[in-house]
Design a protein around this ligand. Structure first.
Ligand SMILES: *Cc1c(COP(=O)(O)O)cnc(C)c1O
Length: 393
């Protein structure tokens, strides 16, 4: 494995989130002066004599300058020490879980985390002796009782959660987790670091599906880990190299480009989602709206404390499963598709799409629930689209 890359660092002294997002890891090309660093596709690097590496780069799996630039940017925007970029969110999760766990260890998991996270822990790592305990993570009394009963190596939370937008108090959870000797992991995919920074609130690790808001344009699959602890970071770095689930250069570059506009996008996603949530709340055909920005949301106060805006995901419940299915097939600007976090609005039917793998488990999503990923289009067009789809139910 190569040494730490020793690329020069940017001369820009940035503190604010937007400045860090634009400048971290971005150094004008020293040969040409190109403001945007080139995408490095090379898989291997010339050695000046055996082992004479220039800036620590040796082979594309162990290190790539475009990936290093992204990893520096990720660490800066999450306020963390170490960051690692992977080929997908699940590849990142897999590296973290294998770095932190041994056979017999247990993961304490929120009951509405991303279905693929549960599938990875229970069905891939389960046969290797990893155990999983699923609880209502947003209720800290439940967390405390569970950890008092039996410790867990990892406490894993998503807040806001997918798709029911439950909110967990990250600082409170981190305290409880640390008292019990657990590693506290926050999947920050839904909020993104533009709205919420878990490490500053006490979390040990931040997980991302960069496929969603970080990339932001539905054109790249990627994942990331941001880690505070040096020892855990070393183990993850070793697995990134030894297992090889790295992001490719173009994927890394697209993610870096996405991150530069993250703050602007999250602001507009949040404004549009707030307007959509208000519209839906007042609609007679909508049984329930799940959005942490609504003052009657049970997690509203905690969300207002730990997030700078409430994000772009809104879920709603209709009368029943059949009505929900008709609705998702009736919207036009909200396109029916999996995934979320892109500039274009999407609608998803969790029970049969994103969360099909957790049907019949403790993580099952009610069949009348629909999830909206509210894009950055003109808000009047978005509301009009929802209005026409509700009208023909
Ligand atoms: C999509 C998603 C993942 C998985 O990421 P991939 O990039 O699809 O592998 C993990 N967590 C959350 C919250 C997600 O939305």
């Amino acid at each position: 494995m190569s040494d730490e890359p020793t690329l020069p660092t940017s001369r820009v002294r940035a503190r604010g989130f937007e400045s860090l997002a634009v400048h971290s890891g971005q150094i004008a090309d020293p040969t040409t002066g190109a403001v945007i660093p080139p995408v490095h596709f090379s898989t291997t690097y010339v050695q000046d004599g055996i082992g004479g590496l220039r800036h620590g780069f040796e082979y594309g799996r162990s290190g790539n300058p475009t990936r290093t630039a992204l990893e520096r940017q990720l660490a800066a925007i999450e306020g963390g020490t170490h960051a690692y970029s992977f080929a997908s969110g699940l590849a990142a999760e897999d590296a973290l879980l294998r770095a932190a766990l041994e056979p017999g260890d247990e993961v304490l998991l929120g009951n509405d985390v991303y279905g693929g996270t549960y599938r990875l822990i229970s069905r891939v790592l389960g046969p290797w002796g990893v155990k999983v305990r699923v609880i209502d993570m947003h209720d800290l009394d439940v967390v405390k009782a569970s950890l008092d009963e039996r410790p867990a190596k990892i406490v894993w939370v998503e807040t806001p959660s997918n798709p029911l937008l439950k909110i967990t108090d990250i600082a409170g959870l981190a305290r409880l987790g640390h008292e019990a000797g657990s590693i506290v992991v926050v999947d920050n995919t839904f909020a993104s670091p533009a709205l919420q920074q878990p490490i500053g609130l006490g979390a040990d690790v931040v997980v991302h599906s960069a496929t969603k808001y970080l990339g932001g344009h539905s054109d790249v699959v990627g994942g990331a880990l941001v880690i505070e602890d040096d020892e855990l970071a070393d183990k993850v770095k070793f697995l990134q190299f030894a297992v090889g689930g790295v992001s490719g250069p173009l994927d890394a570059w697209l993610t870096t480009r996405g991150i530069k506009t993250l703050a602007l996008r999250m602001q507009r996603h949040s404004e549009n989602a707030s307007a959509v949530a208000s519209f839906l709340s007042g609609h007679e055909r909508v049984a329930k709206v799940y959005y942490p920005g609504l003052t009657d949301h049970p997690g509203h106060d905690v969300a207002a404390r730990q997030m700078s805006a409430f994000g772009g995901i809104v879920s709603l419940a209709l009368a029943d499963g059949q009505t929900a299915r008709r609705f998702v097939e009736s919207t036009r600007m909200f396109q029916l598709a999996e995934s979320l976090g892109g500039v274009e609005s999407l609608v998803n039917y969790p029970d049969e799409m994103t969360h099909k793998s957790v049907r019949g488990t403790e993580l099952a999503v009610p069949e009348e629930v629909v999830r909206l990923s509210v894009g950055i289009e003109s808000v009047d067009d978005l509301v009009a689209d929802l209005d026409q789809a509700l009208a023909i139910l």
